[in-house]
Design a protein around this ligand. Structure first.
Ligand SMILES: Cc1cc2nc3c(=O)[nH]c(=O)nc-3n(C[C@H](O)[C@H](O)[C@H](O)COP(=O)(O)O)c2cc1C
Length: 475
């Protein structure tokens, strides 16, 4: 099975595919699938088909490098929550990377996803019954729990967490989890109230001290309409990363291998005279953390940084600039890119005239006035650039009307996402180590909990990885 990310196709192939899909009344994904599957092609179709095949091979090669789980055996316990549907995608991705997946479903899980689908995607039988004479004779619950390299519980319901924390073994899933001598990774998924309930939080602490590994839950919209908060199951790619970290330590996944990113960070300094300048309190901590996280995820990263007092990230090439105009030029020179993350707090204005010598205080004359002019808008320049990054993300630092201003910015700058943060002095964001942000996309808004800037960076990179994965189709 191969896969293609439509977004990764070159411009011409994408245009040709879009046209053909429109002519035939198909989506681009459907059209690509048909083209690749259809042996009898017209000459017109052959060219597009060839380009698609090449893209598919290239992507398969980069995914091979990205994450190799060959011969790893995963026992996947699927709990009875709405997020159970995501386990189909998880199984597919695990198998694509060479792992075998043996599914165990709780009785409640059958209500959310059919054993037939799970079995078909896993290419294995689904185990559910503890007292199934045939299964017990054939494999047995002890062998089931030991014959894996890792047990993954996804989604882990509040109920399964409680059972695990209390040592219950009253169905196949909980018995297997009790009987195993292998590492266990769990991906909780539940309503935010259930997650924050003291009982669940107690169980979380117990399980963590028992050595159980956790991934998520994430913050965001719940499947139930109108509900939001912490409780959403980690995305399949995040679970894959966590699996790889446990099973192949020292071989961290590189989900952004082959992607190029430009990040801006820090303030800009706009000179008034040789010793004075206009600046702001940005430390560069958030932008640098994002550049580092993107680099660790395998992207080739160009960090264009204003003057800061922190070290250059290890996994990025850093270009140092002083002014907004220098930053814009460095960013444009670094194009093209797949990802643009404009974090820098670029000065909106600069002094019209820069004195060549230090301006002197003249007795009794009072302060001399400063004439300002607008600096170039780097985010907007990229938003309408002929080489616009495929995914363009801007930061909006505001002290009031955060959402309103961020929404307006998303539109006027032609960005894909805006990461909005409240930089009122009482929040201590500017220069501090923590950040509380909202992610605005063209379809919605989500609030992230207060986190370290490194965690915000990692979460943003996870979202970027998901974004590029979403448009991946099987052919
Ligand atoms: C529509 C619906 C959705 C549910 N979603 C979740 C969920 O996301 N997380 C959760 O912990 N429980 C959820 N539950 C409750 C579980 O299904 C219930 O606790 C069940 O006993 C869990 O069984 P299991 O842990 O054996 O899979 C949901 C129940 C219903 C009816």
């Amino acid at each position: 099975m191969a896969s293609i990310t439509i977004r990764n196709l070159d411009k011409e192939t994408k245009q040709a595919l879009r046209k053909l899909a429109a002519e035939n009344g198909h989506s681009m994904e459907e059209e690509a699938r048909i083209l690749l599957g259809n042996a009898k092609k017209t000459a017109k179709h052959k060219l597009i088909s060839l380009a698609l095949q090449k893209a598919s091979i290239k992507q398969a090669e980069s995914e091979e490098i990205e994450l190799n789980l060959h011969d790893k055996r995963i026992l996947l316990v699927i709990g009875g929550g709405i997020a159970a549907y995501k386990c189909l995608d998880l199984i597919r991705r695990l198998r694509e990377r060479g792992a075998s997946v043996r599914p165990v479903m709780t009785k409640a899980a059958h209500e959310f996803v059919t054993p037939l689908s799970v079995s078909a995607i896993a290419n294995d039988k689904v185990f559910s019954e503890l007292f199934d004479r045939d299964d017990e004779h054939d494999i047995g619950h002890i062998r089931l729990s030991r014959g894996a390299d890792l047990i993954v519980v996804a989604p882990a319901t509040a109920d399964l967490m409680a059972k695990m924390a209390q040592g219950h073994a009253n169905d196949l899933a909980s018995t297997v989890l009790m009987a195993t001598n292998k590492p266990v990774l769990i991906a909780p998924a539940m309503n935010p109230q259930m997650w924050s309930h003291p009982a669940t939080q107690r169980n979380l602490t117990t399980l963590q001290s028992d050595g159980i590994n956790f991934i998520g839950p994430n913050a965001g919209e719940m499947a139930e309409s109108g509900e939001a908060g912490v409780g959403r199951m980690a995305e399949p790619m995040e679970i894959l990363s966590a699996i790889s970290n446990i099973l192949v330590p020292g071989n961290p996944p590189k989900p952004l291998a082959g992607k190029r990113a430009i990040v801006t960070s820090g303030p800009t300094h706009e000179p008034i005279d040789p010793v004075r300048y206009i600046a702001n309190r940005s430390s560069g901590k958030q932008g640098h953390a994002i550049a580092e996280a993107l680099g660790r995820a395998g992207a080739e990263v160009i960090l264009v940084s204003g003057p800061v007092n922190i070290a250059n990230p290890e996994h990025a090439e850093t270009i140092k600039v002083q002014t907004a105009r220098e930053m814009k030029q460095a960013v444009e020179t670094a194009l093209p890119a797949d990802i643009g993350v404009m974090v820098a707090a670029v000065a909106d204005w600069r002094s019209v005239n820069q004195a060549d010598e230090k301006m002197k205080k003249e007795n009794d004359k009072g302060p001399s006035s400063l004439k300002l002019t607008e600096n170039p808008d780097i985010l907007k320049t990229l938003g309408y650039h002929e080489n616009r990054p495929t995914l363009l993300i801007g930061f909006a630092a505001e002290t009031e009307h955060l959402e309103r201003y961020a929404k307006a910015k998303l539109k006027s700058k032609n960005a894909d996402w805006i990461i909005a943060n409240d930089v009122s002095p009482e929040g201590g964001v500017m220069g501090g180590d923590k950040n509380t942000v909202k992610r605005l996309t063209r379809t919605g808004i989500e609030s992230w909990p207060r986190m370290n800037k490194q965690d915000v960076a990692q979460k943003l990179v996870d979202e970027i990885v998901n974004h590029f994965e979403v448009e991946t189709i099987e052919v």
